[in-house]
Design a protein around this ligand. Structure first.
Ligand code: IMP
Length: 429
């Protein structure tokens, strides 16, 4: 398999960064295929910290980095991110960075609408990142979006703007907001257009060409399968398809291109934002997981909710996304617990089930069925081989493999790149 696809198999924040960085350093091209600047990760290379939100992880090391058409692109956020990285000495040019010219834009009116809705929803809010992701995807599917290629045709944009503004003006009126300032929107787009257009191209073509040359491609997923708009905990989800199948539609390659699908799985469970979370711990155990795991959002700084490992959810994610192997992360956070619990099924109205049902009310009602395991006394932090792990930690991993019906490809035991037990190398598999 020449290519590797990395996806989160829980609710995002599984620790994709470290693994993606390692894989990106060995890939010929890195492609983002969904989501937008709601994602975020921090890279530390030779003592310098780089923060990425929208740009693919290969950018810092000069690897060809591509934003696919499945992404929603905020051109102003992109410019700020690019300028910051250039200021840190990273080279970003049309030679090593490409944006799909059919990629829809996130406009200021999308951010407005996202935030207006969340504020109005009060307790019922989704807990979005407030970046305009959902409204931008709505306009794409509603055939009203302004896309990257439109930036080269701003003088003939009026019919599209009529449709877009009519829609948004009606929505804004419902929130007592003034109509879209169309003149300002056009002026802002004119100003940003040259910056974006220097990178714009049909990326399906670029990908076809590099594949012909035998390139190894890393498809970099954002968020996690349980935030997928179809398969996640709807409506508490993001607005894109986060599953591995999106690689094809979100970048313009065939469905066989995903290659080795690496599902990133945290050794416990976290979630940020609202929505059902069967194994959530609102006690000192949950607090301990949060503190030891530094569970705060990279984009919004919000505290993440924490809970025991939920094998039902991960088994479901692995099946839905065709996961070849998992990368288990943050095992060291579980060091020192006397007992650990793993959720193996759910109780719903007296019946035990082995999957997460689709209806939101059922998802909120399911009660976890736990299996208890003895914890381990020693430390797993920094382990680089099975022999470095306490026997109970190995048992915990083996039990997870069994329950999720998917093999472990690697185990991560600290934020350091080398503190990893590598079982299968996805690029060599
Ligand atoms: P949105 O993507 O901003 O619309 O947010 C929808 C839901 O997805 C919220 O619960 C967010 O907290 C969650 N979300 C979006 N991006 C991420 C991410 O990168 N990591 C974890 N959760 C995310």
């Amino acid at each position: 398999m020449a290519n590797v696809t990395v996806i989160g198999a829980q609710w995002g924040d599984e620790g994709k960064g470290k693994i993606v960085d390692w894989l990106a350093s060995r890939a010929d091209a890195v492609v983002r295929f969904q989501g937008g600047h709601n994602a975020g990760h921090t890279l530390v290379i030779d003592g310098t910290t780089y923060k990425l939100s929208l740009l693919p992880s290969g950018i810092v090391t000069g690897t060809l980095s591509i934003v696919g058409n499945g992404v929603v692109l905020d051109p102003w956020a992109l410019k700020a991110e690019v300028e910051k990285l250039i200021g840190q000495g990273v080279a970003i040019t049309p030679d090593n960075f490409a944006i799909a010219d059919n990629c829809p834009l996130i406009l200021p009116i999308h951010r407005d609408l996202d935030q207006l809705r969340e504020t109005a929803a009060g307790k019922g809010k989704i807990g979005t990142t407030g970046r305009g992701i959902g409204p931008a995807y709505e306009d794409k599917v509603g055939r009203r979006a302004i896309r990257v290629c439109d930036l080269a045709h701003l003088d003939t944009l009026d019919p599209q703007l009529d449709r877009l503004c009519a829609h948004h003006d009606a929505l804004r009126a419902g929130f007592n907001e003034p109509p879209v300032d169309r003149a300002r929107l056009i002026a802002d787009l004119k100003e940003i257009a040259p910056f974006v257009l220097q990178f714009a191209q049909p990326v399906w073509k670029r990908l076809r060409d590099v594949r012909k040359e035998g390139a190894r491609i890393l498809f970099e997923g954002a968020q996690g399968v349980l935030l997928d708009v179809d398969h996640g905990t709807y409506p508490f989800v993001t607005s894109s398809n986060t599953v591995s199948g999106t690689v094809a539609s979100g970048s313009g390659v065939g469905p066989g291109s995903a290659g080795f699908v690496l599902g990133i799985v945290k050794a416990y469970t976290t979630r940020v934002g609202s929505g059902p979370f069967p194994t959530e711990l609102q006690d000192e155990v949950g607090q301990r997981l949060g503190e030891r795991g530094h569970e705060f959002g990279t984009v919004t700084g919000r505290q993440r909710r924490c809970g025991w490992f939920d094998a039902v959810l991960v088994r479901q994610s692995c099946a839905i996304s065709g996961v070849t192997g998992i990368a288990l992360t943050k095992l060291d956070v579980l060091d020192g617990f006397d007992t650990l619990k793993i959720c193996t099924g759910y109780k719903l109205r007296g019946e035990v089930i082995d999957y997460l049902p689709s209806h939101a009310a059922d998802q909120a009602e399911v009660e976890p069925v736990y299996e208890e395991m003895e914890g381990w006394k020693g430390s797993t932090a920094g382990a680089r081989s099975w022999a470095d792990l306490p026997a109970q930690a190995v048992k915990y991993i083996r039990r997870i493999e069994e329950l999720i019906d998917c093999p472990v490809a690697s185990v991560s035991t600290s934020p350091e790149r080398d503190d990893t037990i590598l079982v299968r190398d996805p690029f060599e598999d």
